[in-house]
Structures are given as C-alpha cells and as structure tokens.
Design a protein around this ligand. Structure first.
Ligand code: PDD
Length: 289
C-alpha cells in the first residue's frame, strides 16, 4: 500500500510519525473517509467541505486548498489497488512538546492519506439486514466534528460486537424534557421509516453530518418519498416499520433487529429495497459523468 505523508508518497511500511505528534498524544486531529468507485472519489467536494468544517471546529488551518487535496486524492487512488477503494484522510496539529494548549508558534500539521480496497456489503447482509443494540450516547457535544479522538465511538461499537451485533444506535435524553431521542450510530447515521415516510434526525451538533445521509435525503426528494427531518424519539425507533443505517463504507443497510426485537417483520422492508436500488443507480450515474 502506498500512502501520502506530509508531501511525499511512500510504502506504508516506511511511513513514520513522531511519538510527540498531537494526534498520538491528544487525539488532536480530524479525518475523512471517502468511498472511491471506479477509481473516482465519490462526492469529493462534499467530503472536503466537511473536512473544512471539522478543521474550523478544532481551529486548525487547512493545509491544502481544494485543488491540492484533489491532486493528493487522485494520486493516492492511482497508486493503490482496487477499482473501488476506501480513502482515508487524516490531519493532526503536528508534533510539539506535550502541552494541552496549541503550540505557539504553530508547528506544521501532520497530513496523512491512505487507501485500501472497499469492501461493500455482501449480498447476504443486504438480504438479512443487520442486528443492532442501543446505548446511551456518552460522547461530547461536538459530534459534528469528524475528530480522530474516537474512544467513545470505539467503546460503543465494541458493545455491539460483544453482543454479536453490527452497530450501536445512540440515545440521548433531552435535559429539559427528559425525553429520550436517537442521534446516530457509533460510526453511521440512522433513519426511521414509519407509514411510508422517512424520519431523519437534524444535522446539529449531536451527529456527524453524513455524506451518505445527504445522498439519501436527495434521492428521497427526487423520488417523492416523504421525509421529515426532526428529532426522532426513542419510542419511534422501537415502533418503526423499518430502520436504515447509512455510511460511506456500508452505503445503505436495513436494521432488522434492535436490542433483540424484530424491526417490523424482522426482514428488510420495501423502503430499504427502494432506497438501496436508487442509491446504486445514483452512484453509477454519478460515476459515468
Ligand atoms: N464513519 N456518524 C458517525 C459517527 C460516523 O463515524 C460516520 C462515518 C457516519 C456516516 O457518515 P458518512 O455517510 O459521511 O460516511 C455517521 C466512517 C465511515 C468511519 O469513521 O469509518
């Protein structure tokens, strides 16, 4: 695998980062995961826009403009295997003497990119759907930043794995009303389907604004699928006709069991079938342009 590190392309085995890197010491950095189809980065401008939002959120100047990022991304795709790839970008505040406050004067950021073959969900998973658990969302209040500090997400995802499930769906309680609502998955966004409508949580500070989430809402709008973007209550999660999970690597999956209970009839439903097909069409049409 060829990676990009601070201006150079090299085999991954040769890549070295200082132990004083603030990414290593503090988790002080942000990242992006971009799916690549037929060797073209899917929705690159949108991913780069979200990267800018994350960098702004941690007050780290963007080391590259869009043209430079595009060149790095294109080169890393060309130098790695697979028509479909899983591209990872990672920027930290660089290496400096350990101190919580930002280095002053600033030090050069660490800029890293790698890409590996993209394992899109196998047919069996599309047919069966996935099982999920729920857990209290114990993350910070800036979940809109795609921060590399992922310890809560790591522990929450592991809870699902330990329970023999694929993902943990996160629940917060409103401090004013005390009502529980759903935010997202540990590494995915979640939609509820009820009476033929899609319910999606709003893109606020409590969830990562998913690029796949946006694609699903765009596809729904074009195909006259009714949508409501608003807070989704825990009861709605448990009385859903269908539940859908989205992410760049999983695309769209049906959640067929939640906390051991069947969602609807326990099988992927018609909304999943329709959106999955439309998503595949969308992807292929974009890549043909
Ligand atoms: N994660 N929410 C969280 C917390 C995520 O980590 C992700 C993606 C998403 C979905 O966003 P998108 O549709 O843009 O991939 C939502 C990536 C895949 C990861 O960390 O590997």
């Amino acid at each position: 695998m060829t990676i990009y590190l601070n201006g150079e392309f090299m085999p991954i085995t040769e890549a070295k980062v200082s132990v004083l890197d603030r990414g290593f010491i503090f988790g002080d950095g942000v990242y992006e995961v971009i799916p690549v189809y037929s060797r073209r980065a899917f929705r690159l401008p949108e991913h780069l826009k979200r990267l800018q939002h994350s960098l702004d959120g941690i007050k780290l100047p963007n080391p590259h403009d869009e043209a430079e990022w595009t060149r790095i991304v294109e080169e890393i795709i060309a130098r790695n295997e697979g028509e479909d790839q899983y591209l990872y970008l990672h920027i930290t505040r660089g290496a400096a003497k350990r101190d919580h406050a930002f280095p002053n004067p600033p030090v050069p950021p660490t800029v890293f990119a790698m890409s590996s073959p993209l394992p899109t969900p196998p047919a069996a998973l599309l047919e069966s759907g996935i099982s999920c658990i729920t857990a209290q969302d114990n993350r910070w209040l800036r979940c809109d930043i795609k921060a590399i500090a992922l310890l809560p997400n790591v522990l929450l995802r592991q809870m699902a794995v330990d329970a023999g499930c694929a993902e943990t769906i996160l629940i917060r309680d409103d401090p004013v009303t005390g009502n529980d609502f759903m935010t997202e998955g540990a590494a995915s966004n979640v939609f509820v389907v009820k009476n033929g409508s899609l319910l999606a949580p709003p893109k606020d500070n409590l969830m990562l604004p998913g690029i796949t989430y946006d694609v699903i809402l765009e596809i729904a709008a074009v195909n006259d699928i009714p949508c409501e973007v608003r807070r989704v209550m825990k009861e709605e999660l448990f009385s859903a006709d269908e539940l859908l999970l989205t992410s760049s690597t999983k695309e769209v999956l049906a959640i067929t069991h939640l906390d051991g209970l069947a969602v609807g009839n326990g099988k992927p439903g018609p909304m999943f079938a329709q959106l999955h097909e439309l998503y595949q069409d969308f992807k292929h049409n974009v890549m043909r342009k």
